[in-house]
Design a binder for this molecule. Structure first.
Ligand code: SF4
Length: 107
């Protein structure tokens, strides 16, 4: 199972304030990392498995920063856009879907 997706998202953690507004608005796509910064995720209900791009290793884990690129399911795209608009750090980066960028993540 894989949701249709026309956008992907990543967070510039250098600018994240850690307030968590993003995951309040769009919990399928954003979640906190142990150090108090927020990262992107792909949820199993949309993509068959959950992958958290928090820079740790192991099943369901992926790179963070600019390589922590999550596909945004079209079903929650409006919420992801709202999260980016409300983000006080202006650090949520939405980009048009690019298969080569997704392949380069290494997960
Ligand atoms: S809304 Fe922006 S600044 Fe706040 S936790 Fe999410 S990514 Fe970080």
């Amino acid at each position: 199972m894989s949701a249709t997706t026309t956008f992907m998202v990543w967070i510039d953690q250098d600018l994240c304030t850690g307030d968590g507004i993003c995951s309040e608005i769009c919990p399928d796509t954003f979640e906190p990392r142990d150090d108090g910064l927020w990262v992107v995720r792909e949820d199993a209900q949309h993509f068959g498995e959950t992958i958290v791009f928090d820079g740790t290793t192991g099943p369901g884990k992926g790179p963070d920063m600019s390589k922590g690129m999550a596909r945004v399911p079209d079903a929650v795209l409006d919420a992801a856009i709202e999260a980016a608009e409300e983000c006080p750090g202006e650090c949520i980066m939405l980009e048009p879907f690019d298969q080569a960028a997704i392949d380069a993540r290494g997960v």
